[in-house]
Design a protein around this ligand. Structure first.
Ligand code: ADP
Length: 638
């Protein structure tokens, strides 16, 4: 304030200003740059915390209140205003209050008088308390930083969409997901990201309506990458501010293509399984009708011998068919659970092929097909399980016969190439469409091919064949020029050198059955099983006793002292294991040959029967000849 008592124009202006500020929180300052004194009005007390009313303090004292971090900035701004480089002085900084705390103020002012050389003589202005605002800003900045970190760290694409459906903000995940460069997506319409126009419309209408109701929008949508290519995304969206749609909607998106693919695979597998069960039921029921008819004919009195024989043949063939189906099923189950084990030994290819042809022969002959076999003249040795190797080729030969029109030619051609035995099975049959070639070795693949089901089969054969080939260290492939053009299956197996001579000798044939009558006990709770088993032995002149539960079996055995006991495992009143254990404990109990005859053929079952004292574990159905062979080996000595 001027010391002069008469009001100068300056002091008048100041007075007016002071009046204007009296009702506000603003501090008025007026710096006499000649004396270095600064006038401060009463409001300064609120700001500085110093209990002084109107006051006049040296500029140095005020400068000392400025926060050390801010002082350079303040001085520079001041210097600029003072020299006239900037019209006004305006700077925000912190000052130390009387209690030692810091407070943000906004200082505004201007040079109000200069001498003729332009040197600043006086500066006037205001200080405002902006502490609250500054702290808000700091909090906001921290929150923003945090948000940016969250966005960057998010595994989901995050994007803000404006009311015009253009992108206002995206995170890096989003850019990577859609194949854009950083910053490139801002301003892009969401239409550019969409692979399905209907979905895009739906989101803009129904989807946005949900968002407007405060619900979370959740949808699976198809997206398009910048360079083309589509993927499935899971989209979630909310409104930033329900009251104000102009603030946009916030979305997240994750790529769920893999999940979608898995879902589809699962659905496909499930459909296949359903189809398979239907086919299985069909295939198992098929043989029942002829069997039922044949038994009805057999029951009629006056049936001719020739008719009886024909009926029996029907039954045998159909039962054989069912047994094959079940065998395939069990094999597949063993295979998929890794329970299928090989008993490998050196074996010559001719032996394998001969055995395979034996198995497939009925089907080849039924179709009136011609079979041409071309094998190299020198013996070719393989290392493998003889039964399983034969199964591989009998399967391929049977298929060739099944899927050819009548009187076709089937060729089996073997060669040796680079240490591999290559066996091709070719036919001129119905062929395979290109699109099915890739899936033909999958389990249950048949059903999808919509072939005439009367061909029979479960679509398991080839998947089993492939598994067996691979278990033998080989591989299998298929070629076909298309429907009607025949098929060619090629199996490659590693060749091995010829084994030492001794291993090549054939194993001695089992002893020929003796023709003296033997004592046989048949135990099963299924009367039909007992009747037919008993018949097999009785027809050959053996003496048979029957039992239908465990207790009865023990009783009959005690009196009858059988040489051979055929024992079912699941029996009422002592199961088969129990019966065997008790029998073995009797003084004569080690003598008879005890054979488990059961539907359970897993390794675990076999281990259990062995533990219980059984000599042998046979899985039903067993061919009559095999049953009779059990006697051929004679009872065990004590
Ligand atoms: P199945 O013969 O029991 O149906 P497979 O696994 O042996 O099952 O065969 C699967 C499918 O492959 C068959 O249903 C058939 O459609 C096709 N297929 C197999 N072998 C041939 C072949 N030689 N010619 C044409 N199609 C074949």
């Amino acid at each position: 304030m001027s010391q002069d008592s008469s009001p100068t124009p300056d002091s008048l202006a100041l007075e007016r200003l002071e009046l204007a500020l009296a009702s506000s929180d603003l501090t008025l300052w007026d710096w006499d740059m000649v004396t270095g004194q600064v006038y401060l009005n009463a409001q300064w007390a609120n700001l500085s915390g110093q209990p002084r009313g109107e006051s006049e303090v040296p500029i140095e004292e005020l400068n000392q209140l400025v926060h050390p971090d801010d002082s350079a900035r303040v001085l520079a701004t001041l210097a600029a205003a003072r020299s006239g480089n900037t019209a006004d002085f305006a700077v925000d900084y912190r000052i130390r209050r009387a209690d030692g705390t810091w407070r943000w103020i906004a200082s505004r002012g201007r040079v109000t008088r200069r001498d003729e050389n332009g040197r600043a003589l006086r500066m006037t202005g205001t200080n405002a308390d902006i502490d609250e605002r500054k702290r808000d800003e700091e909090r906001l900045a921290a929150a923003l930083l945090e948000q940016q970190a969250i966005l960057a760290a998010s595994p989901a694409g995050v994007f803000l969409v404006g009311p015009d459906r253009r992108l206002m903000l995206v995170n890096h995940t989003m850019e990577t997901m859609f194949g854009y460069e950083p910053g490139e997506m801002i301003g892009l319409s969401t239409l550019e990201l969409t692979a399905d126009l209907d979905e895009w419309h739906w989101i803009g209408t129904e989807g946005y309506a949900r968002i407007a109701r405060g619900e979370l929008l959740r949808a699976e949508v198809r997206y398009r990458r910048k360079e083309g290519g589509q993927f499935w995304g899971l989209l979630q969206g909310v409104a930033i501010d329900l009251a104000d749609p102009s603030k946009g909607r916030l979305f997240s998106a994750v790529d769920i293509t893999d999940r979608k693919r898995l879902e589809e695979d699962l659905r496909r597998a499930d459909r296949k399984k359903d189809d398979f069960i239907a086919t299985l039921a069909h295939e198992l029921r098929n043989p029942l009708a002829p069997i039922r008819n044949a038994t009805a004919v057999l029951r009629q009195t006056g049936t001719q011998e020739a008719q009886r024989a024909a009926c029996l043949e029907v039954i045998e063939r159909q039962v054989g068919q069912m047994a094959l189906l079940l065998e395939d099923l069990l094999d597949v189950s063993r295979f998929t659970r890794g329970k299928l084990t090989l008993r490998p030994e050196p074996i010559e290819l001719t032996t394998v092929v001969t055995h395979a042809i034996e198995i497939a022969r009925p089907q080849i002959d039924d179709g009136g097909h011609k079979l041409v076999v071309v094998l190299p003249p020198a013996p070719i040795w393989l290392e493998g399980d003889p039964t399983r190797l034969a199964q591989i080729f009998s399967n391929l030969l049977t298929n060739a016969a099944k899927y050819s029109d009548r009187s076709g030619t089937i060729r089996l051609v073997a060669t040796v190439q680079d240490g591999a035995v290559v066996v091709a099975v070719e036919d001129q049959g119905i062929g395979i469409a290109r699109e099915h070639l890739g899936r033909i070795f999958e389990m249950f693949s048949q059903v999808e091919l919509a072939l005439d089901r009367s061909q029979g089969g479960l679509g398991l054969g080839l998947s089993l064949v492939k598994g067996l080939v691979e278990m033998h260290g080989g591989r299998i492939s298929v070629e076909s020029e298309g429907p009607g053009r025949g098929s060619r299956f090629v199996v490659e197996l590693p060749e091995r050198g010829a084994p030492p001579l001794a291993a090549q000798l054939p194993t001695p044939a089992p002893a020929a059955p003796t023709d003296t009558a033997r004592r046989v006990l048949v135990v099963d709770d299924n009367r039909d099983v007992v009747t037919t088993l008993a018949m097999v032995f009785e027809i050959e002149g053996h003496e048979v006793r029957r039992a239908y539960d465990g207790a009865e079996a023990l009783e009959v055995a005690e009196a009858f002292r059988p040489e051979l006991i055929l024992l079912d495992l699941g029996l009422p009143k002592h199961n088969g294991y129990e019966v065997c254990r008790q029998l073995r404990a009797r003084p004569w109990g080690t003598t008879p040959r005890v054979v488990a005859l059961t539907g359970w053929g897993q390794e675990e079952d076999k281990r259990r029967t062995q533990e219980a004292g059984f000599d042998l574990h046979l899985v039903k159905p067993v061919a009559p000849e095999q049953l009779l062979e059990l006697l051929g080996e004679g009872p065990k000595g004590p």
